[in-house]
Structures are given as C-alpha cells and as structure tokens.
Design a protein. Structure first.
Length: 298
C-alpha cells in the first residue's frame, strides 16, 4: 500500500513544538514573535490565504499584523510601509501576499523587505544565499516539501529528482534546495520536450506546473515518490462544496507509487507551517534564544 505523506498531521505536530518554544521563550524575549502581512487589492484567494496565516499565527502564539491596502494605493506608499515595518522592533517577519495587482512592481517591493525579515525567502539576497548554499531565510513551500520527505526518512541524496515548474516561488528554490541536499535534480518547464520520458526516470517527482491533473500514472516510475504542489478549485454544481485537485491525477497514480502527497492536506498546510517557523527563527535570532528547532531547516 502506498504511503500518504500527511502534511496536515505533520504541520499540527510541528505547530505543537512551535507553541511550546514560544511559551518557554517569550519571558526572555518579553514579547511574542510578530508577523506582518501586506495584502493589496481584493483577490479572493489571497483573502483566504491571509486568513489562514492569521489563524495559524494565533494557534502557536505569534502576533499577526495585517495591512490590507486598496489597489488604488501608490507604489511608493507600499514601499514606505515596508520601510516602516523593516524598522519596527515588534515585527520579526514580513511578507507581501502574492499575487498583487499588475500595476505594482512586485520584484521592487520584495527587494525593499529587510532580508532578515523576509519570511517568504524571496528577496534577492536570500535567493543568492540559497544559490551559494549559505544559511538564510528559505521559501516556505519548498522548505515544507523537504520536511515532508524527511518526516518519512525519504532519502534525497543521490536520488533522481524531477521538478516540474521553474517559478521563483516554487520550482527554482525547490530545485536548488534539493541540489544542496545532494539530489540529482532535473528542472522542467512548459518548453521542455519529452516531459513524460524525463518524469519516468524520477525517483522523486514533484509537480508544480499549475495544471490540473497534468500527471497520470504513465509519467510515473513504479515505486516513485510523488509530490503534488498544485492546487486547483474545480467548479461543481454544488457551490457550497468546492472540490480541490492538484497537478496529479492521484487516483490513477497512487497504486503505482511508494509515497504521495494528497491534495488538500499535503504540501499546502506545510507551507503555512514553514512561515511560522521562519518567523520564529527571526525572533530567536533577534533575542539570541537557544534553539531546538534546527532540524526544521531545509
Ligand atoms: P507558476 O504559474 O508561476 O509556474 C508554473 C511553472 O510550471 C512554470 O515554470 C511553467 O513553465 C511550468 N509549466 C506550466 N505548464 C507546464 C507543462 N505543461 N509542462 C511542464 N511545465 C509546465 O506557478 P507556481 O506559483 O509555481 O505554482 C504552481 C502550482 O502550485 C499552482 O497550482 C499553485 O497554486 C500551487 N502552489 C501551491 C502552494 C502550496 O502551498 N500548496 C504554494 C505555491 C503554489
């Protein structure tokens, strides 16, 4: 029987550790860790993601500060807000909820975030350190995937790993993290020819293409590990129950694989948990707190 890599269960276990860590250390720090989230505009999915982050913060004892700006706000006003938060001593982590409306220069805004507070790991200084395999804030979805693999002792070193997708948010940082852990990584994308053949060689296949049910069992080697990053809301006649699916046709693939991540309940919950972890690491660094959380670093 295939092994389910249960991100929901693992994230609850990690949250318990984080909660204890904060409750023990907040007397030394004399305040809770603080996370600022900047949302611009009315993208409904972003609204759901920000709410989930806020709830996760309150579960473990992180104070969240939500800044919901109208899409009429000027770029320089957002830059000023980021600068203010960079200097705010109560804020350990900060993120810009993506996507933001097209009129904004997203990369410029991200480059304004103090790298020490860049809990999404998207600032060029943190990406540069990832390329150099130096310690720095790492992006959350890839870090969550590595923790999921480790939780079941799935070896990365020496494995053939195929990553589908080369975005700055998922595919590229994930490929680099796996490479740093001595995987043999092939990064594929929308212009890759012969995707299926490349995937068939993978010991670990990671789908982050953002294409519903792109991967069926014909792409997958017997006994492989399959990680599904995609999240898609399918329209159903019963609107009260939106159905979610990933990039992988799971029902078809599960009988063939050693392990898989479900959608929902796989990579998604781990992404939020790693955001909490990054915020706590920044807090810990600021107050020189001792750590028993280092095994969560990718
Ligand atoms: P993106 O659109 O920025 O990037 C998609 C990548 O996939 C691109 O590099 C593109 O070249 C590649 N691609 C597209 N079609 C392809 C095809 N047919 N064959 C091979 N490669 C193809 O998306 P993203 O931000 O990287 O997100 C990818 C998916 O992961 C989305 O469904 C997104 O919702 C989901 N996601 C989930 C989480 C989570 O926490 N679970 C986090 C981030 C993103």
């Amino acid at each position: 029987m295939s092994l389910k890599l249960d991100g929901k269960k693992l994230s609850l276990e990690i949250e318990e550790k984080l909660k204890n860590y904060i409750s023990v250390n907040k007397t030394i720090a004399k305040r809770k860790p603080g996370l600022a989230v900047i949302r611009i505009g009315e993208d409904p999915a972003s609204g759901v993601y920000v709410k989930n982050k806020e709830k996760a913060c309150s579960r473990v004892g992180i104070k969240s500060y939500i800044f919901h700006l109208k899409d009429t706000v000027e770029q320089n006003k957002v830059e000023q807000l980021i600068n203010k938060l960079n200097l705010d001593k109560d804020i350990d982590g900060m993120l810009l909820q993506l996507p933001i409306p097209k009129k904004f220069d997203e990369q410029r805004l991200i480059s304004y975030i103090n790298p020490e507070k860049d809990v999404d790991g998207l600032n060029e200084q943190n990406i540069g350190k990832l390329v150099k395999n130096e310690p720095a804030m790492r992006s959350c979805t890839p870090a969550g995937i590595i923790n999921l693999l480790r939780s079941q002792n799935i070896t990365i070193e020496g494995k053939n790993i195929v990553v589908i997708g080369r975005s700055l948010l998922v595919g590229k940082p994930l490929s680099l993290m796996l490479l740093n852990l001595n995987g043999t990584v092939t990064m594929t994308h929308s212009k890759t020819t012969n995707l299926k053949k490349i995937c068939q060689e993978a010991d670990i296949l990671i789908a982050a293409a953002g294409k519903p049910n792109l991967i069926d069992s014909s792409f997958v080697k017997d006994g492989a590990v399959i990680i599904d990053v995609g999240i898609h809301r399918l329209t159903s006649s019963d609107k009260s129950k939106p159905r979610l699916c990933g990039d992988v046709l799971l029902g078809d693939v599960i009988p063939k694989v050693f392990a898989y991540t479900p959608v929902p309940g796989g990579v998604g919950p781990m992404t939020v948990t790693m955001l909490l972890v990054n915020t706590i690491f920044s807090w810990q660094k600021q107050f020189g707190l001792s750590s028993n959380l280092n095994d969560l670093l990718p």
